[in-house]
Design a protein around this ligand. Structure first.
Ligand SMILES: Nc1ncnc2c1ncn2[C@@H]1O[C@H](COP(=O)(O)OP(=O)(O)OP(=O)(O)O)[C@@H](O)[C@H]1O
Ligand SMILES: [Mg+2]
Length: 502
């Protein structure tokens, strides 16, 4: 495909000469002396280069350049100027022109400056892109963040209107990250992603105009180890035909995104391995502490009784405080031991809604809920199911407690359930409008003993996850700093053949 050059000059003779010379050099040339026409041309299609005359009435070349850059931000512009206005030309470069040409053109200057502009531009753009993606890859392994950076860099590098990174999750394509404006149709992007993954190579599709779809979609598969793990999809408005250059960039980005996914998966595996090892260690330590603690408790009770007999009230109070502290320690230790050894599930026909209500009541007893708005949105179609009520109570209690702890300054707690007979699963959502989590907290929330609370132990989330996982379910958290936190647990359900609905 020919590269497109826009030329604008108010001198018809120069315009004609330039048009001819550029055409001989193999460019597809649009020449005009009207700034409005120039703007319209860039609006209608993408250019690789623009040559603008600096002094033109009523708009000077500089203002035209700025207007063009609003429409196509990285369009390389060469400003043309007559001798004597070098100062202005320098100013033009400062304001975003790539270079300037002096008129009349010196032999070969035109050709060499154009060649340099096109070559350098590509190189500079590639380097910039790689830098952004490289930084994202080197930063923390929070998958969403890495993919976000990839999507963002893709949009910036390709002039596409949007980029969406899809990831294959349980046989389903899930949009994991997106940048640019929201897509008019997710289905089309998803369909393109599926095709690219099936073919194992980048594909281009154009919307059918009869169906009111405009625009072009380019999708590249993300290949991780054995097979495609998702796809990187970009969409451009109809006027922007993706060029070979764009396809190359897309291929580059999809391979970067694939590396990001692989690294993050590795990191996650490493992290869960480390957590498991830590859990085992914690259990051993807890065991070692358990017996001395029981002894300590006995001695303290004994001491308390003796002090009560001698009538030393102050000393007896102190002994009482020690006893309470030891009790607290013992309960922490028993929680750790329980955590370290995943329990066998004792499933029985369980009604989830009363169980959630019970947790809410328990939690409210521990944390005041005055002034809080509490919303229960329970799915009336929820069947009774084979679940371990005791374990689930622990999980949901911890999640509700976290929400209430986050809502100290007031707000809304929502507990919702949604049953899907089609997938045979229920989603329990516990959402608060509290302060939300920072990225770091979000990344570590499930880590054993990770806490940001002065008297937290950092066990709640780990317990919740281990219980939900034991039920073959999964738990996800999304949180926005300053807006709130949403925890969702999806549990597969085996409905009990019992007509009772809850
Ligand atoms: N709903 C929430 N809103 C804001 N931050 C939360 C929320 N839930 C969890 N967190 C963050 O995750 C961290 C870990 O939570 P986790 O329940 O594991 O421990 P904890 O609440 O600190 O202590 P505990 O073991 O007593 O529950 C919390 O310290 C908090 O920073
Ligand atoms: Mg907690």
């Amino acid at each position: 495909m020919k590269q497109k050059v826009l030329v604008m000059d108010d001198d018809p003779a120069i315009l004609e000469v330039l048009e001819m010379r550029l055409a001989t050099m193999g460019f597809d040339v649009t020449a005009t002396s009207d700034p409005r026409k120039a703007l319209e041309a860039v609006e209608a299609g993408r250019f690789d280069l623009a040559l603008l005359d600096l002094r033109m009435e009523p708009l000077d070349g500089m203002r035209v350049m700025e207007a063009l850059h609003e429409r196509q931000p990285r369009l390389p512009v060469l400003i043309m100027t007559a001798h004597g206005t070098i100062q202005t030309a320098v100013e033009a470069v400062r304001r975003g022109a790539y270079d300037y040409l002096t008129k009349p053109f010196v032999r070969d200057e035109l050709r060499s400056k154009i060649a340099r502009t096109l070559a350098t531009r590509r190189w500079a753009r590639d380097r910039e892109r790689l830098l952004t993606v490289g930084q994202a890859l080197a930063s923390s392994g929070v998958m969403a963040r890495v993919l976000d950076a990839v999507a963002q860099a893709t949009v910036e590098a390709t002039d596409a209107d949007r980029c969406v990174v899809f990831q294959l999750d349980d046989g389903r394509l899930v949009p994991m990250a997106s940048a640019g404006s929201p897509p008019p149709s997710w289905e089309r992007l998803e369909a393109a992603a599926t095709t690219a993954m099936d073919k194992g190579m980048p594909i281009t599709t154009s919307g059918s105009l009869e169906q009111g779809e405009s625009g072009t979609i380019v999708a590249a598969p993300l290949v991780v180890q054995r097979g495609p793990a998702g796809a990187l999809v970009i969409e451009t408005a109809a006027r922007l035909e993706p060029m070979e250059d764009d396809l190359e960039i897309l291929a580059l980005f999809s391979s970067q995104a694939a590396i990001a996914i692989r690294n993050t998966l590795d990191l996650e595996r490493l992290r869960s391995g480390a957590v498991a090892a830590l859990g085992r260690m914690a259990t051993q330590v807890a065991h070692e502490i358990k017996n001395p603690l029981a002894g300590l408790r006995l001695y303290v009770r004994h001491l308390e009784q003796r002090l009560a007999r001698t009538g030393d009230a102050d000393a007896r109070d102190l002994a009482g405080k020690i006893a309470t502290t030891v009790d607290h320690l013992a309960s922490v230790v028993s929680e750790i031991t329980a955590f370290g050894r995943p329990p066998e599930l004792h499933r029985q026909a369980t009604a989830l809604h009363p169980l959630l209500d019970e947790c809410l009541e328990l939690a409210s007893a521990r944390r005041p809920t005055d002034g809080l708005e509490i919303v229960r949105a329970f799915d009336p179609m929820m069947p009774r199911a084979q679940l371990d009520a005791r374990e689930l109570r622990k999980a949901f209690l911890n999640l509700i407690l976290n929400a209430l702890e986050a809502l100290e300054g007031g707000g809304r707690l929502t507990i919702a359930t949604a049953y899907s007979a089609a997938t045979g699963s229920v989603t329990v959502t516990i959402e608060d409008t509290g302060p939300g989590m920072t990225e770091e907290t979000l990344a570590r929330a499930f880590d054993l003993f990770f806490t940001t609370k002065p008297d937290g132990t950092g066990l709640g989330m780990s317990i919740a996850r281990s219980v939900i996982n034991l039920h073959a379910g999964e738990i996800t958290v999304s949180s926005r700093l300053g807006h709130g936190t949403k925890v969702q647990a999806r549990l597969p359900l085996e409905p009990v053949s019992d007509s009772a609905r809850l």
